[in-house]
Ligand binder design. Structure first.
Ligand code: AGP
Length: 640
C-alpha cells in the first residue's frame, strides 16, 4: 500500500513542491521511501531515497527539480528491500518513461524473464516491469491508446499506476487499487457543463492531479473523477492546458462524471495544529467526533435490510474487526441473527453466504483490500452489502448497496483512534434504531442522541484531562516485555483494541485475555519479575465482581495490575488505578427516554478505550517512536 501522485499544470513550472506537499499528506499510506520524477523539456529527472518525505527531500533536494509535469510516490515495501534502488519512480531502459505504482504485479517474474528478458532492470521490485512493458509496447504500437490496451491485457495482479512519458503525456490505470483524477477547470471549459452532471468524453483543464486519495489534491480542487476497475486515462498536453480522456479496457472512450467532493472534507484542515502528532490530535478530537457520529444520518433502508436479513455477517480488519465484534454484541441483543468474521477469512470461513444474507462491512479507509475482497466474494454469492465507513469517496462506498458514514473527518495517524470510537457510536445508534423499529415502545428521538452526545463529550473531556496520570503510568511500564489486557463481556472487545494499540504504537507484545480465561492457562505467564503488566478493564457493570476476583488471582502470583475503573470499592486490589468519570454523573443523560440499549453500552467501551489509546501513545513518545507512522505498517492496507 503505497501512495501515488501525478500533477500537470500549464501555469506552473514548480510541480515538485506541489508533488511533495501532496506526498506528505499521503504518507500514512507508506513511508519506507519517497521519490519524484519531473519532465523538463524532453528529459525526465528522477530523485528518490529511503525515508519519509521531509528527510528524503532534505537529502536529495527533490524540490529543486523544475518542470510543469511530474509524478511522485511513497512506498510501503512488498517486493524488494527498503533501498534507494527499489524506491519509485522506476524508469525504462531509455529513461523516456517513468512510472509509480501501488499494488502487486503477480506475473512480474514471468514478464521479466519472458517478454522483457533483454531489458536491464535496476530494482528488485515487481513495479519496474510496468516501465519496461510500456517501452516494449511503444516500440510495437504507434498509438499510446493501443499500448495501454495491450498492457492491461498483460498485467496481472492489483495495481494503480501512473506513467510519465517524455513527450509530456501521462497515462495510468487501476485494478483493485484506488486511482482518482482531480481536475482544475480551465477558465471557459467545465464550470458551465458541470452543473448538469453531464458525462464527459474529454475534459479540458489547465491542471490536473491523479492520486490514490482525494486528500492529495483536495486543497486545490474539489472536482474528482473516480476511475473504475480496468479503465485507463490519457492526459495529453494541448495549447493552454491538457485534454483528459478515459477509456475502457478495450480502448473505447467512455464518458465519466465529475464528482464534487463534500465540502466538509475540503474545509478540513489537515495539520497537527498545537499537537505534537496527528495521533494525539485525533485522540483529543474524540470529544467532538463521537457526538458527530451519534448524529450521523442512517438511511431507513439500512436498518430494514439488517432486520430483514436471514443472517448478517459483520466484518472488518484490525480495529474495524474489533468494531465488528462490538456490532455483533449489540445487534444480537436487539434480535439480529449476526456473525462476525475477520475480513481476510470471509471467503474461507464455514459461514455459507447467499442472497438472503447481508454483509455489513466496517472500515475507516474503505480501501482495505482484505475487506474489498470479502465484499466482492459476498457479492458473487448475491449478498447485499451494507457498510459503515469514514472515507465517503472510497471504493467500499462505491461497492456498497447502502452505507453510513461515521463522519470522523480525515484520520492521518496510522493507528485508528477517533475512527474506532466513532464506529462504536454509529453501531450503537444502528442497534437503537433496530430496537425502535422492532418495538416502538423504545424511544427514538434526536433529543436522546443530543443529550447522549453531550454526556459522552463531557466524559471524554474528563478522561483527556487525566492524561498526566497516563503519562506517569507509561513511565512505569514502558520497558516491560508483555502487557495482558483483561476484561469480560463487551470490555473484552475493548481489551482487544487496547492490545492492538499497544502493539502498533508502543511495539510491546500485548494480548487481550478474557478475564475468566486467565486461570485456564495464561496465569502461568504471571510472576513478580515486573517484566509483564496486567491492565484490568474493570468498570462498574455486571462483570465488576468477577474481574476483581481475576485481579486477585494475578496479585496472588505477584503480578503488577493497573486498574481502569469508575468504581473505588476494591481500589486497593490494583497497584495503580486510573479512575474513569462516573457515567452516572451526567444526570441529563436519560431525560426519561426508554432506549433498548443502555447508555453504558456505549459510554463504558469509549471511556475504557481512550486511556488505552493515550497509554500506547505516551509509551511510544517516551520510547522515541513516531506514533503517526509506526514501523512496518500503514494506514490503509490495499494489498491482500
Ligand atoms: C488500526 O489501528 C490499524 N490501523 C489497522 O488495524 C486498521 O484498523 C485496519 O488496517 C483496517 O483499516 P480500515 O478500517 O481502514 O479498513
Amino acid at each position: 500500500m503505497c501512495s501515488i501522485i501525478a500533477y500537470a499544470s500549464c501555469n506552473c513550472n514548480d510541480v515538485s513542491s506541489i508533488l511533495l506537499d501532496s506526498l506528505s499528506l499521503l504518507e500514512y499510506r507508506g513511508y519506507d521511501s519517497v521519490g519524484i520524477a519531473v519532465l523538463n523539456g524532453s528529459s525526465i529527472s528522477v530523485r528518490k531515497g529511503v525515508g519519509n518525505v521531509k528527510d528524503v527531500n532534505r537529502k536529495h533536494r527533490l524540490e529543486e527539480l523544475v518542470g510543469s509535469i511530474g509524478i511522485g510516490h511513497t512506498r510501503w515495501a512488498t517486493h524488494g528491500s527498503i533501498s534507494d534502488l527499489n524506491a519509485h519512480p522506476h524508469t525504462s531502459c531509455d529513461g523516456r518513461i517513468a512510472i509509480v505504482h501501488n499494488g502487486i504485479i503477480d506475473n512480474y517474474l514471468e514478464l521479466r524473464e519472458g517478454i522483457l528478458k533483454d531489458h536491464s532492470f535496476k530494482s528488485e521490485t515487481d513495479s519496474e516491469v510496468i516501465a519496461h512493458m510500456l517501452e516494449h509496447l511503444l516500440s510495437r504500437h504507434k498509438d499510446i491508446k493501443d499500448v495501454m490496451v495491450a498492457l492491461l491485457r498483460l498485467l496481472h495482479g492489483s495495481y494503480a499506476f501512473v506513467a510519465l512519458l517524455n513527450d509530456g503525456t501521462l497515462v495510468g490505470s487501476r485494478h483493485n487499487e484506488p486511482l482518482i483524477v482531480g481536475v482544475v477547470p480551465s477558465a471557459n471549459s467545465i464550470l458551465y457543463h458541470y452543473a448538469n452532471r453531464k458525462k464527459y468524453n474529454d475534459v479540458f483543464c489547465s491542471s490536473c492531479f491523479i492520486s490514490s486519495d482525494v486528500l492529495a489534491f483536495i486543497k486545490y480542487t474539489d472536482k474528482a473523477i473516480f476511475l473504475s476497475n480496468d479503465e485507463f486515462f490519457i492526459l495529453r498536453p494541448i495549447k493552454h492546458g491538457y485534454r483528459l480522456s478515459i477509456y475502457d479496457a478495450e480502448g473505447n472512450k467512455i464518458g465519466k462524471q465529475i464528482t464534487q467532493i463534500a465540502w466538509e472534507l475540503s474545509s478540513y484542515v489537515i495539520d497537527k495544529g498545537k499537537y505534537a502528532h496527528y495521533t494525539l490530535k485525533e485522540i483529543h478530537e474524540q470529544e467532538y467526533t463521537i457526538a458527530r457520529a451519534l448524529c450521523s444520518k442512517i438511511n431507513h433502508e439500512f436498518i430494514t435490510r439488517l432486520i430483514d436479513a436471514r443472517r448478517v455477517i459483520v466484518t472488518g480488519s484490525g480495529s474495524s474487526y474489533n468494531a465488528s465484534l462490538y456490532a455483533k454484541h449489540l445487534l444480537a441483543r436487539v434480535g439480529v441473527n449476526i456473525d462476525a468474521c475477520i475480513a481476510s477469512e470471509v471467503r474461507y470461513s464455514s459461514i455459507s453466504i447467499d442472497s438472503n444474507d447481508v454483509l455489513l462491512a466496517i472500515s475507516q479507509s474503505g480501501e482495505t483490500a482484505d475487506l474489498l475482497d470479502a465484499v466482492r466474494y459476498a457479492k458473487s454469492k448475491g449478498c447485499k452489502i451494507l457498510s459503515i465507513v469514514n472515507v465517503n469517496t472510497s471504493s467500499l462506498v462505491r461497492e456498497s448497496d447502502y452505507f453510513t458514514s461515521i463522519n470522523a473527518g480525515p484520520e492521518i495517524g496510522v493507528a485508528a483512534t477517533k475512527s474506532f470510537t466513532a464506529q462504536l457510536a454509529v453501531i450503537y445508534k444502528v442497534a437503537s434504531l433496530i430496537a425502535h423499529e422492532n418495538n416502538s415502545n423504545y424511544d427514538y428521538s434526536i433529543y436522546y442522541y443530543d443529550s447522549l452526545s453531550s454526556a459522552i463529550s463531557k466524559g471524554v473531556r474528563d478522561i483527556i484531562a487525566r492524561e498526566h496520570l497516563l503519562s506517569s503510568i507509561a513511565d512505569t511500564i514502558k520497558d516491560v516485555n508483555d502487557i495482558y489486557v483483561i476484561g469480560k463481556g463487551v470490555n473484552h472487545i475493548i481489551a482487544l483494541e487496547g492490545a492492538l494499540k499497544l502493539k502498533e504504537l508502543a511495539y510491546i507484545h500485548a494480548e487481550a485475555i478474557n478475564a475468566g480465561e486467565l486461570k485456564h492457562g495464561p496465569l502461568a505467564l504471571i510472576d513478580n519479575s515486573r517484566s509483564s503488566v496486567v491492565i484490568a478493564l474493570n468498570v462498574k457493570d455486571n462483570t465488576y465482581k468477577d474481574v476483581i476476583n481475576n485481579v486477585k488471582e494475578v496479585k496472588a502470583r505477584g503480578g503488577y495490575v493497573i486498574g481502569i475503573s469508575d468504581c473505588y470499592e476494591y481500589k486497593e486490589c490494583y497497584d495503580v488505578m486510573l479512575d474513569l468519570p462516573s457515567i452516572y454523573d451526567t444526570n441529563e443523560r436519560d431525560c426519561g427516554f426508554v432506549n433498548a440499549i443502555s447508555y453504558e453500552s456505549l459510554a463504558y467501551p469509549v471511556y475504557q478505550c481512550i486511556p488505552l489509546q493515550l497509554l500506547a501513545y505516551n509509551i511510544a513518545v517516551k520510547k522515541n517512536y513516531n506514533p503517526d507512522y509506526p514501523r512496518n505498517i500503514a494506514k490503509s492496507v490495499t494489498v491482500t
